[in-house]
Design a protein around this ligand. Structure first.
Ligand SMILES: Cc1ncc(C[n+]2csc(CCOP(=O)(O)OP(=O)(O)O)c2C)c(N)n1
Ligand SMILES: [Mg+2]
Length: 650
């Protein structure tokens, strides 16, 4: 018998050098060496690391970041991972995610937080990142792996389980989760996180939870762990037969409509889309994430679709016989809760890199990169053109909506107070085409979706996957960090502002100039309107004193958010009339510092309607007449809802 065993153990000794570093130091050094490449362009993946220290990360990742910063200063170069101190962990994740979106997911941030509340403050950010398919590396600190001094401050003691910590709550919110109980596990955890962060299908929050004792523990790491690594960002190609079938369906259409989603931006498919739309005459409607896929004045642009859509896009959606979805998740706002598409013979062609989205609504799933798929589809369509009649109808509908917007944008010089439509109109007309508008929650996302005239592919940034109040200022800061040459207008309601104005301090600290437009209407215009439409009489949606009968319908509160913003270190301009607001925008654009524009508006003046719907259930039985009549309206809409439009490829 021939033995395959080596004669001596000498040959098994690894000749590669090792480096002795703590787990935290190794993490920072590894992250600094990660690059991405797409279409031959290579760039560093991590722009830096946001952090707030406490026990759990102060002496682990904190010490490692310090060491990195000092070494860089001594060598007169940039740190491997630039550290930025935020004010709130949730906000740091928002800034990180906004940055990644502005960079088309080609660059991201790590975020480190302390044990317990510091870490769980990031949960909302994790959900937001995963839902919006945006990369962020979360590094929540964890309680001791050894558990020698348990229970430590801020530790969850679960009677039923010894190995569950609060960080387990990240599992359902993360596209990747790992906990590094032992140093040896670190390389696999970091590589696993990188795989997910750089994969267009998988990307979202990647969480690597490192116990506080493990962060500080030294280990001998193979040098190769720290070699520069370049991750290729894939553009999966469509199958030829699937494109042929998709082209056949599109070519048979009399009233086709494109629904452009966020995937158009992330894939950089705007140019191919514009060419396809111009060539074929197929109109293009946009979801929130897809807004800006075409310039608003492109001849085939019909603007926003769905619950917050334009009359043009919604009329076309209602009649469309073929819908081509590109990089869209088909959220309820996009499909108007499945009431937008009413042609009984409608067929769908869905182009999406993620099969999860490509299969939605049934129809043909083109699982591929948007740009690649659109190029292939354009070729396969040859000289397909929509009819002149349809082309004219698209032009007329789009022009009609533009007239509606122009009418509500218009201001007078009679010194009257502005309404929200006019505020949006003034920001739109006074900003440069490349400036960015940022928003997330309240009544403005819908109004912006309908009315903002987007002139640049990265000019519109409304977070509407999670629509998270408090995202606005933090997110706007991330956008500005990613794209310093543009002015960033942050449209923020008083409700959102009160949830998270904290990062104004971070903007001041970092010398980041943003322009928050703080729209004070003393409560929730959005939910107030929604409540009223659902028969709940705006209950509990305005910021007021309790009146004599104990209800929250007394006078408005004497809060001064302008003074609040100034107290956080921002410059503030108060504006009431169109002339004052115009001067304020000009001054803010000329300023070097963060400048908040404070404006009061009437919460009862709405954006123009587009006869659409959003499914929010109404109480089936009620003692209130308002609720009973709202339920009758609700029941009528439910009749037109089509839960399964097209379950198969017909
Ligand atoms: C974190 C969070 N909590 C609650 C909500 C539900 N919500 C959506 S809009 C809104 C009110 C927003 O008020 P404001 O920022 O003043 O905007 P307005 O509605 O007045 O335009 C609420 C409570 C949310 N989207 N996010
Ligand atoms: Mg408000």
């Amino acid at each position: 018998m021939v033995s395959t065993a080596p004669k001596s153990t000498e040959k098994l000794v690894d000749t590669e050098g090792t480096v002795r570093l703590t787990v935290a130091q190794a993490t920072i050094r590894f992250l600094a060496g990660q690059y991405v490449e797409r279409d031959g362009v290579r760039s560093k993946f991590f722009a830096g690391c946001f952090g707030i220290f406490g026990h759990g990360n102060v002496a682990g990742l904190g010490q490692a970041l310090l060491q990195d910063e000092i070494a860089a200063a001594e060598a007169s170069k940039e740190p491997g991972l630039k550290y930025v101190l935020g004010r709130n962990e949730q906000a740091m994740v928002h800034s990180a995610v906004a940055y990644a979106r502005q960079k088309d997911r080609l660059q991201a941030w790590a975020v480190t937080a302390s044990v317990g509340p510091g870490s769980t403050n990031m949960l909302t950010g994790a959900a937001l990142a995963t839902i919006n398919r945006l990369p962020v590396l979360l590094l929540p600190a964890d309680t001791f792996a050894t558990r020698v001094s348990s229970p430590v401050l801020q530790e969850l003691e679960l009677p039923s389980s010894g190995d569950v910590t609060v960080n387990d709550a990240f599992k359902p919110l993360s596209r990747y989760f790992d906990r590094v109980w032992r140093p040896e596990q670190l390389p696999a955890a970091l590589l696993g996180a990188m795989r997910v962060l750089t994969d267009p299908v998988e990307t979202g929050a990647a969480t690597v939870s490192i116990p506080q004792d493990v962060q500080a523990e030294a280990h001998d790491w193979p040098e190769s762990l720290f070699a520069e690594r370049t991750w290729h960002i894939a553009r999966p190609l469509p199958e030829r037969s699937v494109i042929a079938r998709a082209a056949e369906i599109v070519a048979s259409a009399r009233k086709p409509l494109i629904v452009a989603g966020g995937g158009v931006h992330y894939s950089g498919a705007e140019g191919v889309l514009a060419a396809l739309a111009s060539g074929t005459g197929i109109p293009v409607a946009e979801s929130q994430a897809g807004k800006g896929s075409l310039r608003y004045d492109h001849p085939q642009s019909v603007g926003a679709i769905g619950s917050t859509g334009t009359t043009a896009a919604n009329a076309l959606a209602s009649e469309a016989d073929v819908v081509i979805g590109i990089g869209t998740r088909y959220s309820d706002f996009t499909s108007a809760s499945r009431t937008a598409f009413n042609n009984p013979d409608i067929r769908f062609v869905n182009i999406n890199v993620a099969s999860l989205d490509a299969v939605k609504q049934g129809g043909i799933s083109v699982v591929a990169d948007a740009r690649e798929a659109l190029e292939a589809l354009s070729t396969a369509l040859g000289d397909f053109r929509v009819s002149d009649e349809y082309r004219t109808r698209v032009t007329e509908l789009a022009a009609e909506w533009e007239d509606t917007v122009s009418a509500v944008y218009a201001t007078s010089d009679d010194g009257a107070a502005l309404n929200q439509n006019q505020v949006i109109g003034l920001v739109n007309t006074l900003s440069d085409p490349r400036d960015v508008v940022v928003c997330a929650a309240g009544s403005m996302p819908g109004d912006l979706h309908k009315m903002w005239r987007t002139r640049d592919r990265k000019g519109y940034h409304v977070e509407y996957g999670y629509s998270c109040m408090g995202y606005e200022i933090a997110g706007g800061i991330g956008v500005k960090m990613a794209d310093p040459d543009r002015d960033v207008f942050i449209m923020v309601g008083d409700g959102s502002y009160l949830m998270m104005a904290t990062e104004l301090v971070t903007a001041v600290q970092e010398g980041i100039k943003v322009i928050p437009v703080l729209v004070q209407n003393h409560g929730f215009a959005s939910i107030g309107g929604l409540s009223e439409s659902l028969g709940s009489q705006r209950f509990g949606t305005s910021y007021r004193y309790r009146s004599g009968d104990g209800r929250l319908d007394g006078d408005t509160l004497p809060v001064d958010l302008a003074a609040n913003a100034a107290s956080l270190g921002a410059d503030v301009i108060k504006a009431t009339t169109a002339a004052e607001f115009t001067d304020a925008v000009k001054a803010a654009k000329a300023a070097e510092r963060t400048t908040v524009i404070h404006v009061e508006t009437d919460p009862l003046i709405y954006a123009p309607d587009s006869q659409s719907w959003w499914d929010v259930p109404v109480s089936e039985v009620s003692t209130l007449e308002s609720t009973q009549s709202a339920y009758a309206r609700y029941a009528d809409w439910k009749k037109v809802q089509r839960p399964l439009i097209n379950p198969s490829d017909r």
